[in-house]
Design a protein around this ligand. Structure first.
Ligand code: GRF
Length: 233
């Protein structure tokens, strides 16, 4: 049975696009059936319309909580993917989707996460810190920004001459390869959140030299597939 996936996104929607493309090509575990945004002009909504996926621009007034809950209920979402969604999801929704809501974050959590850490601010903070490694993280969502159990991470190098733009682009390539593969495996039941808040099927992170060799080139998807295939239980 194919899981029904709702995507919440505030921005241009490149992660949504990579998810749609991956599911169409490689997976029968899940289908994106709804894309909702807090921004009526979000690129993600425009993209969803071109793919004939139902869309919803959320009213961010006092009804956010009830509206979001009703929307997800109405569309019978099995899984929610936060793909660049900038709002804190109401806790009632988080509770009812425990272990079924994922977020992608453009840094290696638990570093460079939390309230106010989004978009270029993250990459600016990474560069300012002098960190030599950044990357993408996919995690289950809990009530606190960027805190939920980590499922998978993929590291990328930070170079001395990086700018926010070059670093963001390198991390985004990792996000695009990582997020769809993790969503597919959650949808297929191969990755799950246990009652003890530990992740079953968590991915082994590759050796940095292997990951770094792929950071600017092709082969990333195949390498992530291999790391996920090795995942222990
Ligand atoms: C991505 O970097 C994502 O990790 C972050 O916001 C950005 C969204 O980009 N949370 P897009 O809208 O998917 O292109």
């Amino acid at each position: 049975m194919s899981s029904s996936i709702a995507v919440l996104a505030s921005g241009r929607g490149s992660n949504l696009q990579s998810l749609l493309d991956y599911l169409a090509m490689h997976s029968s575990n899940g289908t994106v059936t709804l894309v909702a945004s807090d921004r009526p002009d979000a690129g993600a909504l425009a993209l969803a319309r071109t793919r004939d996926i139902k869309t919803c621009a959320l009213d961010m007034g006092t009804r956010h909580e009830a509206l979001l809950a009703a929307l997800l209920d109405h569309h019978a979402a099995d899984i929610i993917v936060l793909a660049g969604y900038l709002r804190l999801v109401p806790s009632s929704v988080i509770q009812s989707f425990r272990g079924r809501m994922l977020n992608v974050h453009p840094a290696l959590l638990p570093a460079f996460g939390g309230k106010g850490m989004y978009g270029s601010r993250i990459h600016r903070a990474v560069l300012a810190s002098g960190a030599r490694v950044s990357g993408a993280t996919v995690h289950f969502v809990d009530e606190v920004y960027d805190r939920g159990a980590i499922i998978a991470q993929w590291p990328v190098p930070v170079y001395g001459d990086d700018t926010e733009t070059t670093l963001a682009a390198r991390v985004l390539r990792a996000e695009h390869a990582l997020l769809p593969r993790v969503v597919d495996r959650v949808a297929g039941g191969r990755i799950a959140l246990g009652a003890d808040n530990r992740v079953r099927g968590v991915m082994d992170t590759p050796a940095p030299e292997d990951a770094f060799a792929l950071a600017d080139g092709t082969g990333l998807g195949a390498a992530i597939d291999a790391a996920l295939a090795l995942a222990g239980s």
